[in-house]
Design a protein around this ligand. Structure first.
Ligand code: GDP
Ligand code: MG
Length: 166
């Protein structure tokens, strides 16, 4: 099975860290971005039974509603509805205005996995489950997966869940 995945999230949540962990050092030494007819490729991960192709998501801007930003937002929406699985990365326990904006561009015709990153930094681990429950009640995520992109915790599970949606 081959699947296209996109990683989205506000700045600093750990998207690059996750991407690098998933596809290894290959991406960082690739200066020119690979390209297919439909997507810019960020990296490829081949496991025993799946090939995951990570595609680049153009940044988007919700602050100013001008023509260029509207065009960029449409471009994000189009990319997200064109991949097989969307990984929406947030920081553990921190749902803010950045996340409120991103949920508005998430596709409703594709599985969106909520990736709760930086769980290694959580002071009170007991808050994780209620937070996950609240997210599950509030938004139609296909799955919610806690990880630490930096330490590697939960990353295999994330791939397993993503593979289940291909
Ligand atoms: P991006 O802007 O979403 O691409 O975020 P980056 O991947 O650049 O990460 C932003 C910061 O968060 C960096 O200082 C990372 O080292 C840190 N970071 C990323 N993932 C984790 C994690 O799982 N745990 C902790 N404690 N820090 C992380
Ligand atoms: Mg980054």
């Amino acid at each position: 099975r081959t699947g296209y995945l996109a990683i989205v999230g506000r700045p600093n949540v750990g998207k690059s860290t996750l991407n690098n962990r998933l596809v290894g050092a290959k991406v960082s030494i690739t200066s020119k971005k690979a390209q297919t007819t439909r997507h810019r490729i960020h990296g490829i991960l081949t496991t025993e039974d799946c090939q995951f192709i990570f595609v680049d998501t153009p940044g988007f801007q919700m602050q100013h509603r001008n023509a260029l930003n509207r065009m960029m937002n449409r471009s994000v929406t189009q990319t997200l509805s064109d991949v097989d699985v969307v990984l929406f990365v947030i920081e553990a326990g921190r749902w803010g205005s950045g996340e409120d904006e991103i949920v508005t561009v998430l596709p409703d015709n594709r599985p969106v996995l909520l990736v709760i990153n930086k769980v290694d930094r959580m002071q009170d681990k007991g808050q994780l489950l209620p937070f996950m429950q609240k997210m599950a009640e509030t938004y139609p995520f296909a799955a919610i997966v806690p990880i630490s992109a930096e330490k590697g915790q939960g990353v295999d599970e994330l791939l397993k869940v993503a593979a289940g949606h291909l």
